[in-house]
Ligand binder design. Structure first.
Ligand code: INI
Length: 159
């Protein structure tokens, strides 16, 4: 590749970074697994425990409002959203999952603050279990690592 091309990317070094995590209680047997994996990942990658705040909300639908308050506080370099929406027999799933993703994205863009998106939207409990540490990895880890990478990327892009 042409050596003059500027390439910018983030890394996985969380030293000195502060994170807020919003985790919903609905389907907490899944969300708690996402949460402990996300916290472990932050700490393994250099984030100090005293620089992590966890906020619990009733359901995924409430996540964006809590994220917005944390973003407004300007205390954090990045945020992480964790939750689990499981499709039932009602159209409620579509509203909750669609509006939740839209709300998280709006907070991220309006505040220019990275948010790792670890809200599962799945068809069944089995799929949720697979994404919370069994067959398909753990989406809490992915959300935490994405948050660190995006925070470090934005710091470079802001230079
Ligand atoms: N909230 C979830 O986090 N997951 C779900 O699967 C879910 N379902 O299926 O209904 C859910 N609903 C609650 C919603 O997030 C709000 O808490 C509720 O509507 C009150 O505002």
């Amino acid at each position: 590749m042409d050596e003059r091309i500027i390439k910018t990317e983030g890394d996985c070094n969380g030293h000195g970074l502060r994170f807020g995590i919003v985790a919903s209680r609905f389907n907490d047997f899944i969300v708690d697994r996402l949460l402990s994996a996300a916290v472990d990942s932050l700490i393994k990658n250099g984030v100090d425990g005293s620089d992590i705040e966890i906020v619990r909300v009733p359901g995924a639908f409430e996540t964006s409002l809590a994220l917005q308050k944390l973003a407004e506080s300007k205390r954090y370099d990045g945020l992480i959203a964790l939750g689990c929406v499981i499709r039932g027999d009602t159209p409620h799933f579509e509203y909750v999952s669609g509006q939740t993703a839209k709300g998280v994205s709006e907070v991220m863009l309006s505040h220019g603050l990275p948010i790792g998106f670890g809200i599962l939207t799945v068809d069944s409990i089995e799929q949720a279990i697979e994404r919370a540490g069994t067959k398909a990895g753990n989406k809490g880890v992915d959300a935490a690592m994405t948050a660190i990478e995006m925070v470090t990327l934005l710091k470079r892009l802001n230079r």
